[in-house]
Design a protein around this ligand. Structure first.
Ligand code: MOS
Length: 747
């Protein structure tokens, strides 16, 4: 089904089941510890051996020699895989560094060997007997030292943008701000480590893993190993969090496959927690310069946002300036997303890549400008609303395999309208519900015992991406429906909203729908990433169900155009038939794909919101405590308010981490992230989050898909850190422009 015009009224609009706060179908499995995560799957294949990864002890250079003799002779050892004996490996589509290094070393803890043994303990013991001699080269580990070398990546023609004459307009603006903001290197820190079990059957590879994007993963495993994609079967039905760290194939999956080939046994590999921050990906730190010029009345006339981040050679920048092209009005503008070549581990997508750190900076700048202007921060944002995109540089054809074909490209519009933009409504609703009018505009005025109390707010903004997604539906002769798609559920509620969609479409109760996900033998979905999963995966199920409805109606002898599906029946006029009867002896199977034309180029699709936060800052120790948080979101139709709320409060919590705690500390001598565990890389716990509220504005977006829904899970983090920073300023009068806002920055 091609979707390229606004959605009309369709079966989803009944909203009997879609839009209801249905409990997560996988909830009981998760809360009872019985959901089979990759590393728990002792049962899927017998005779599993265990692999233990050795990470490089240097950040850059080469391996001179590896002495494997003692390890090979250790008890239980079955095989040792290194780049020297693994055979030819190709680079995958999505990895910047090789997943198995050697002799060349690209970053600290890059995998250099896998020891396979009968037990995990034997593999670990033997790994400690491997002796590696390295030749270390110098490297670049401090972003601030190379910030001036940051450049726009050549392969991305839209890394920089310009509209009008920023320099002139900024110079002549009566009120202006020129400030610099820093965000920290961050680690996804999902609960479940990366883990895979691999088994070969002849030349066919089966991998049980934990991954957000099944089709990408199967494709990259095949490409890396140099085998046909059809020979790779990947399964990932339950995932203990991803946040972007599991978008791509990682060392656990590749090395499990190589280990299984070498040991001629199924092999299980779990990345030990201490390996994850340096072996996998992280979000790069950023240095962001923001300049805003405005009239005395508060109209922005000039706005510039320049960002620098770091990555390995060929790596992408953290696109922290991108949202500044769309969020606020202003005639003269400039943005840049630049990247400096560094030798830290690979930087890549983490929840709301670009916007999360970008909004963390931009929204402090907006608070600072509002103060300079003497205008309320909510009002200042309302004053600078825009209904068209002010700066929409033409995007070059992307390397993403899901990208549109050239013939679908239409004329470029430099100022497309938004499909929906209830931004002002979010700001106003939030201000009213939070009691914003009680905020003292002057900082440092409110005291509650030992606490200095302050309120802050920030806008939320995140793009909504449309990407194709397929599904297969089977209706059996009992009237039960099975949905099969390689979509994943990374804790987001995919199982539940997909079941709700199928249930609504076919007019059968939820209990009669079984959803099967995360299997590369199922039709390829959009996967879980970039907050595109909810809308697109359900739209794919919608498309498949439309086909199934036609097939069922035809079998019942009804006109498919007039058929109605409700109460387990298909009806046409005054005739009706139970679905089971229409199916007859065999099942009816339908498969379809939702795909999009240029609708998201004709209409800018974004999600909007506003974050409000109250903090207390200890007047003596300067510890910051969150007192309450509110998010108001406008993100299209909310398919399930319970799972959507969970996504937003989770994202808000992650925003608290970014604001107050999270920072991968770099050892610039040895070239690695030091705090590589959950004891020293701090993330918020329940006790840090006393009160959160989420309000969804009533919205449907007919441009987004037949579901009229959008993404929500990344919107929820965008702006949170700045709302906290602004609240800390309001409480104390101390303006911190460098995250995380630890107490030393307030003393
Ligand atoms: Mo998201 S960072 O695309 O999983």
């Amino acid at each position: 089904m091609k979707f390229n015009e606004p959605a009309t009224t369709n079966p989803i609009d009944q909203l009997k089941i879609v839009g209801q706060p249905v409990n997560r179908i996988d909830g009981p499995l998760k809360t009872t510890g019985t959901a089979p995560y990759a590393m728990d799957r002792h049962d899927v294949v017998p005779n599993q051996a265990h692999g233990y990864i050795i990470g490089s002890a240097i950040p850059k250079g080469r391996i001179v020699s590896m002495d494997l003799a003692a390890a090979k002779a250790a008890p239980g050892v079955l095989a040792i895989v290194t780049a020297a004996n693994a055979g030819k490996l190709n680079k995958g589509n999505f990895n910047t560094a090789l997943l198995l290094g050697g002799p060349r070393i690209e970053h600290y803890h890059q995998a250099v060997a896998l020891v396979v043994a009968e037990t995990f303990e034997q593999a670990r013991d033997a790994a400690h007997l491997v002796r590696i001699k390295y030749e270390r080269e110098g490297g670049v580990f401090d972003l601030h030292a190379v910030r001036n070398k940051a450049a726009a990546p050549k392969k991305d023609g839209s890394a920089e943008s310009k509209v009008g004459n920023f320099t002139g307009a900024f110079a002549s603006a009566p009120v202006k701000l020129d400030a610099e903001y820093h965000t920290a290197h961050e680690s996804h820190s999902m609960m479940e480590p990366h883990a895979s079990i691999a088994a070969w059957d002849g030349d066919r590879l089966t991998v049980w893993t934990s991954n957000q994007m099944i089709a990408w993963n199967a494709g990259d495993l095949a490409k890396t190993l140099g085998i046909p994609k059809a020979k790779v079967h990947v399964m990932s039905p339950y995932i203990g969090g991803g946040f972007g760290s599991k978008l791509f194939t990682r060392a656990d999956a590749l090395l499990a496959a190589l280990g299984a080939r070498a040991a001629r046994r199924p092999v299980k590999v779990t990345l030990q927690r201490a390996l994850i921050p340096n072996n996998t990906t992280h979000r790069s730190a950023t240095i962001q310069r923001i300049r805003i010029g405005a009239t005395r009345e508060g109209k922005i006339t000039a706005i510039a946002h320049d960002t620098a981040s770091g990555n390995l050679p060929e790596g992408s920048p953290e696109n922290a300036a991108t949202q500044t092209r769309s969020l606020y009005a202003g005639e003269h503008r400039m943005t840049s997303n630049r990247v400096a070549v560094m030798d830290l581990p690979e930087a890549n997508a983490m929840r709301a890549p670009g916007e999360a750190p970008g909004m963390a900076a931009l929204e402090i700048a907006m608070d600072e400008m509002a103060e300079k202007l003497g205008i309320d921060p909510v009002q200042f944002r309302i004053l600078n609303d825009t209904q068209v995109v002010p700066d929409n540089p033409e995007k070059p054809a992307s390397a993403d395999p899901q990208s549109k074909k050239p013939e679908e490209k239409k004329k470029h519009n430099p100022h497309p309208p938004f499909s929906q933009r209830q931004f002002i409504q979010c700001l106003q609703t939030g201000a009213q519900r939070f009691g914003w009018d009680k905020r003292s505009a002057k900082p440092g005025q409110v005291r509650d015992g030992r606490w200095l109390v302050g309120m802050g707010m920030a806008s939320a903004f995140r793009d909504n991406m449309l990407t194709k997604s397929a599904a297969r539906v089977r209706l059996d002769r009992r009237g039960f429906l099975t949905v099969e798609t390689d979509m994943t559920d990374i804790g987001t509620g995919s199982y539940t909203i997909i079941a709700q969609t199928a249930s609504e479409m076919m007019g059968i109760p939820l209990e009669r729908v079984k959803v099967r996900l995360g299997d590369s033998s199922f039709p390829a979905s959009c996967g879980s990433g970039g907050q595109w999963g909810g809308n697109n995966s359900t739209a794919g199920v919608y498309a498949a169900c439309m086909k199934l409805r036609d097939a069922v109606a035809q079998k019942a002898g009804f006109d498919p155009q007039r058929a109605i599906f409700a109460d387990g029946l298909v009806r046409a006029g005054d005739k009706s038939m139970p679905l089971a009867q229409a199916v007859g002896e065999r099942e009816i199977v339908a498969e379809d794909l939702i795909e999009y034309g240029d609708i998201s180029e004709r209409f800018q699709q974004s999600t909007f919101g506003a974050h409000f936060v109250e903090v207390g800052v200890d007047a003596v120790t300067c510890e910051v405590r969150i007192r309450r948080m509110l998010a108001v979101c406008a993100a299209g139709r909310i398919l399930n308010p319970k799972t959507a709320r969970s996504q937003v409060i989770g994202a808000m919590t992650m925003g608290v981490g970014a604001a107050l705690m999270e920072e991968l500390a770099v050892d610039a001598r040895l070239g690695f992230f030091v705090n590589h565990d959950l004891a020293s890389y701090e993330v918020p716990v329940h006790a840090d989050i006393p009160h959160q509220e989420v309000i969804f504005l009533d919205e449907t977006d007919p441009m987004s898909s037949p579901m009229k829904a959008k993404g929500i899970a990344e919107l929820g983090i965008c702006g949170v850190a700045a709302a906290i920073a602004n609240a800390v300023y309001n409480a104390t009068g101390v303006r911190v422009r460098s995250y995380p806002i630890t107490l030393d920055k307030l003393i």
